[in-house]
Design a protein around this ligand. Structure first.
Ligand SMILES: C[S@@+](CC[C@H](N)C(=O)[O-])C[C@H]1O[C@@H](n2cnc3c(N)ncnc32)[C@H](O)[C@@H]1O
Length: 256
């Protein structure tokens, strides 16, 4: 098992779902894939690095007769998923060595986990291998390279180089998917701009043990980042609301 070098998910599994933004609605990529298809009885759908299972649980009503499978490398995360929904197959395994037969899934997704994988090309090869002909793969992640003005980097600048190494830029994802054999590869970027209260940022950043980016910083870099936010909060000249910019990317590809 090639564990993430950023965070020990077994250690944070029980608290994972209480972190903001963990809730999921039905996957729009799966909705688009299912549109216009016939009966879903024989469909098999896999979510790689499913974590506590929220995406597969939210997807179930889209195809009540289909077989949903979630795979993750953390037994602790899978324990949470199983506790919520025992009737989905929750499988322990490595994203680069999937314990499934070739051509056994119609739809494979992977959400907000690609930056954790040590063998990213291996994971893409495995996603392709387990897809049936006519099947689709959808990869979601953040794209720090196209949001390097992310407010978080202002206060925790040490995170940037680590993120730039761990998160592949969109071009690299597309070119590796193409080399793997995926066809009809498409990439969608979503830029989100909003304002953030500095006081709220500080309270969010204090929950270090629930945040894989904060956990990947050294203790000194983390403490220095918190001090920078506190200094701005104390400085009457410093703005107390700051612009925030995030970029999300979805890459999809089919197996012909
Ligand atoms: C940020 S969580 C994302 C969980 C879920 N996809 C979501 O969107 O909430 C990253 C997940 O990747 C899993 N993971 C990391 N490396 C893995 C690997 N090599 N194989 C399988 N799962 C892995 C972790 O255990 C963790 O559950």
């Amino acid at each position: 098992m090639q564990r993430s070098t950023r965070v020990n998910y077994d250690a944070i599994a029980e608290r994972y779902d209480s972190t903001p933004h963990r809730e999921k609605s039905a996957d729009p990529e799966l909705i688009a894939f299912l549109a216009g298809r016939g009966p879903t009885t024989t469909l098999r759908l896999l979510d790689i690095a499913c974590g506590t299972g929220n995406q597969q649980i939210a997807n179930r009503d889209l195809a009540p007769n289909a077989q949903f499978v979630g795979l993750d490398g953390s037994l602790g995360m899978l324990r949470q998923a199983r506790r919520k929904t025992p009737d989905i197959a929750w499988v322990h395994g490595d994203s680069a060595a999937l314990p499934f037969a070739a051509g056994s899934f119609d739809f494979v997704s992977c959400q907000y986990a690609f930056h954790h994988f040590r063998d990213k090309a291996g994971m893409l090869r495995e996603a392709f291998r387990v897809l049936r002909r006519g099947g689709r793969f959808a990869l979601y992640n953040m794209c720090p390279q196209e949001a390097d003005d992310w407010l978080y980097y202002d206060y925790f600048p040490e995170a940037k180089s680590r993120d730039f190494a761990d998160f592949w830029p969109p071009d690299a994802i597309v070119s590796e998917m193409s080399a793997t054999g995926f066809s009809k590869i498409e990439l969608v970027r979503r830029h989100v701009h909003h304002e953030r209260e500095l006081a709220e940022l500080l309270s969010a950043m204090r929950f270090r043990e629930r945040n894989s980016q904060l956990l990947s910083l050294s203790d000194a870099a983390y403490a220095a980042g918190l001090r920078r936010i506190e200094r701005d909060l104390d400085d009457p000249q410093a703005p107390k609301r700051r612009a925030e910019h995030l970029c999300f990317v979805t890459a999809r590809g089919d197996r012909r």
